[in-house]
Write a protein that binds this ligand. Structure first.
Ligand SMILES: [Zn+2]
Length: 299
């Protein structure tokens, strides 16, 4: 063998091969380069978030939220008769609807819960006594729950309004409770401090008296603006219902649109208001009258 080739072999044996072995041992033991390592698994989601498919977040935006006031024989725009209310609940049941609370609806919209196949939210404003004496038994008969928005200043103020004991029974029966302010003012016309008091104090009184968390608000007369939404958020509400035109607002969970069910509405029009038929929905109804108005629930 020529000498230069012999020297090359010696170099290979004494230098290159140990260097190669050393490299193999080093890289076998070295910690993996984070840049080259496969991505770490994502932190586990909250179980309730996992339970909510995106589909429900989208569906939640289109769930009808019905708005009632009085369920009585009174011939006023904000009253439906017991017979009409029962026919409407029967229609909902026969059409396969399941009731959800407003809070559950918002939870689904935010990916924190699931919706039934055909959800509807049923709401009552003002805290009239007939909501307990007339509407609640009909709701129970058809397996529905509602969300009752209470004006705390009139609870227990005579036979026309719910008593605290009746409110507690509604809670025990599984219904939801929301604030409808202390005194039913136009919140948008109040000074900031008075507006904040209406939101904070009504929530506090309901929570204290009923032993529940109150997360939802109904604006009196459906009137709200950006400052009212900001104060409602600050007060700890998670959502708020209006009447019209909720979906155009920037903060949809604080401007949920409701469908008022007016006096004398035919079943065809009720069905249309839910999108179940092409019959035009009836003319719109004003948000609500001040609860101290002469209208009252016959006992
Ligand atoms: Zn009202």
């Amino acid at each position: 063998m020529p000498k230069h080739r012999l020297n090359f072999l010696k170099t290979l044996i004494h230098v290159a091969i140990p260097l190669l072995l050393t490299s193999v041992i080093f890289f076998a033991k070295a910690p993996p380069d984070p840049a080259l390592a496969p991505p770490a698994p994502a932190p586990p989601c909250r179980p309730d978030a996992l339970a909510a498919p995106d589909d429900d977040r989208l569906r939640a935006r289109h769930v009808p939220i019905l708005l009632y006031h009085l369920v009585s024989p009174l011939d006023v725009a904000t009253s439906v008769t017991a017979e009409a209310f029962e026919a409407q609940m029967r229609l909902l049941r026969d059409a396969g609807y399941a009731s959800v609370s407003v809070d559950a609806l918002v939870a689904a919209a935010e990916g924190r819960g699931m919706l039934p196949e055909r959800p509807v939210a049923i709401t009552f404003d003002d805290g009239w006594a007939c909501q307990y004496t007339v509407a609640a038994p009909i709701l129970e008969r058809y397996g529905f729950h509602a969300t009752f928005y209470l004006v705390t200043g009139v609870i227990g103020a005579g036979r026309s309004f719910l008593s605290w004991a009746q409110c507690r029974e509604l809670v025990a029966a599984g219904h939801g409770i929301g604030s409808h302010s202390l005194d039913h003012p136009f919140l948008t016309q109040l000074a900031p401090a008075a507006r904040e008091r209406e939101l904070v104090e009504s929530k506090r009184r309901l929570e204290q008296a009923l032993g529940i968390e109150v997360n939802t608000l109904a604006y009196p007369y459906g009137a709200f603006d950006g400052a009212t939404v900001a104060l409602a958020r600050k007060a700890g509400y998670l959502d708020a219902v209006a009447v019209h035109p909720g979906r155009r607002q920037a903060d949809p969970c604080f401007a949920l649109e409701r469908i008022p069910v007016p006096h004398g509405e035919s079943l065809d029009r009720f069905r249309a208001s839910l999108g179940l038929s092409r019959v035009p929905a009836s003319a719109t109804l004003g948000p609500c009258a001040k609860p101290s108005s002469p209208a009252s629930c016959p006992s």
